[in-house]
Design a protein around this ligand. Structure first.
Ligand code: NAD
Length: 249
């Protein structure tokens, strides 16, 4: 563990007027939910163009549902890890204004974070493509066919997440954009900087002179370009250590 980098990051967070976290799949890996791009990640078994576009879901819903069936099982078994808890504690201590997350797993909320902006929706809900009704995923999670709604024969339901080819929910996009433009510190955790438009938020923050702290297993497109303090390693170890230093003063 790089103690200097942790101390530097803690000082930046303590001095911040408005710090915001941006999280990705990496923060939930230690909860047992695989990320998508690492070796063995979901994309190696479910290529995104075949399994993660809205067109693929509409044209072959039962095939695409296999991914959500597997992910749904991972989500049901997952619990927040110390990284999620540390972010909730930083918020409770008044050191973090919000968490913008690309994750769809509900774990920040379950860890106690109060202000969570879900940029890509939430996979614990289903929404009907015909009537717009939503319901918890659990009712259908055990099935291996894509769920249908009772509103009309064959009406398809989908996980309430943003598939490739769909719009970011306008309210989340607006709120996240505003936070990125107005924060003075952005804490990036466990994201590979590759899914746009969300991946652009740290660049927007930097344009407005925010200080960037990055916690990732490996360097990303952010690291050399905009990151001021790089915490390399597991979020579940580094974030609790960071939180303890921030709260110790
Ligand atoms: P990604 O899979 O592209 O990248 C994950 C990043 O986290 C990588 O840089 C990896 O090195 C890093 N990482 C892995 N384990 C880590 C750990 N223990 N601590 C710190 N960093 C770690 O994920 P992404 O950038 O979030 O983009 C993938 C897309 O897929 C997102 O839109 C996201 O919504 C979605 N997704 C969500 C979940 C979830 O909800 N848990 C899981 C997989 C993918």
């Amino acid at each position: 563990m790089n103690t200097k980098a942790l101390n530097d990051a803690a000082k930046i967070l303590r001095d911040a007027k408005r710090a915001v976290a941006l999280t990705g799949a990496g923060v939930s890996v230690e909860s047992g939910i695989p990320d998508f791009r690492s070796p063995g990640g979901l994309w190696t078994r479910y290529p995104p163009d075949e399994y993660a576009t809205i067109d693929a879901y509409r044209s072959n819903p039962d095939k695409v549902w296999a991914l959500w069936h597997e992910l749904g099982r991972d989500l049901r078994e997952a619990t927040p890890n110390p990284g999620h808890v540390a972010l909730a504690q930083l918020e409770a201590a008044g050191r973090l204004a919000a968490v913008i997350t690309q994750n769809i797993d509900n774990l920040h909320q379950r860890a106690g974070s109060q202000r969570v902006i879900e940029y890509h929706g939430n996979a614990t809900e289903l929404v009907c493509l015909n009537c717009g009704r939503s319901e918890p995923l659990n009712a259908h999670a055990a099935g291996d066919r894509a769920p249908r709604c009772s509103c009309a024969p064959g009406a398809l339901m989908k996980p309430a997440i943003v598939f490739f080819g769909e719009m970011i929910p306008p309210r989340a996009a607006q709120e996240a954009g505003e936070l990125a433009r107005t924060c003075d510190v952005m804490l990036i955790v466990g994201t590979s900087a590759s899914v746009y438009p969300c991946a652009g938020l740290p660049f927007a923050a930097k344009e407005n002179r925010a200080t960037i702290i990055e916690c990732n297993l490996e360097a990303t497109d952010y690291t050399d370009r905009i990151t001021d303090v790089f915490l390399q390693g597991r979020a579940g170890e580094l974030l609790p250590a960071l939180c303890n230093i921030v709260k110790s003063d």
